[in-house]
Ligand binder design. Sequence first.
Ligand code: DQA
Length: 144
Amino acid sequence: RTVHVLNGPNLNLLGKRQPEIYGRDTLEDVERNLRALAAEHGVEIGFFQSNHEGALVDLIHAARESADAIIINPAAYTHTSVAILDALHTFEGPVYECHITNVHKREAFRHHSYVSARADGVIAGFGIDGYLMCLRRVVSQLGW
Ligand code: DQA
């Protein structure tokens, strides 16, 4: 029972970066909340962040060996990256796409996601609670 949570560029600055848009919660808060929920269900969390597209591709490949499901916030690469989409197509388990903000309420260039073509579900606009909602879905979907 292992879920890898992957975070894309600039999310290392969550809490400091445009807090009027992304809120004051940090990526450490996201990780702590996820680990607490995961522990209730006997789930191991691998928690990662990278500012580099290829590194995210490598993390998805690594998840093929060691994770049952992926929760990914690809951040800006959501809207640009065929490479991340293709990498996710090599992963056989559930994939959930999570956005802190409601991307559909924002600039038009955020309305399209390459990643959604592979995601089993998409959450947007629930703040950092969205990550927990994705994890709850994985737990129920996999019968954990
Ligand atoms: C984001 C939305 C993206 O459009 C943006 O580039 C991000 C974060 C979100 O979580 O709301 O960096 O994925």
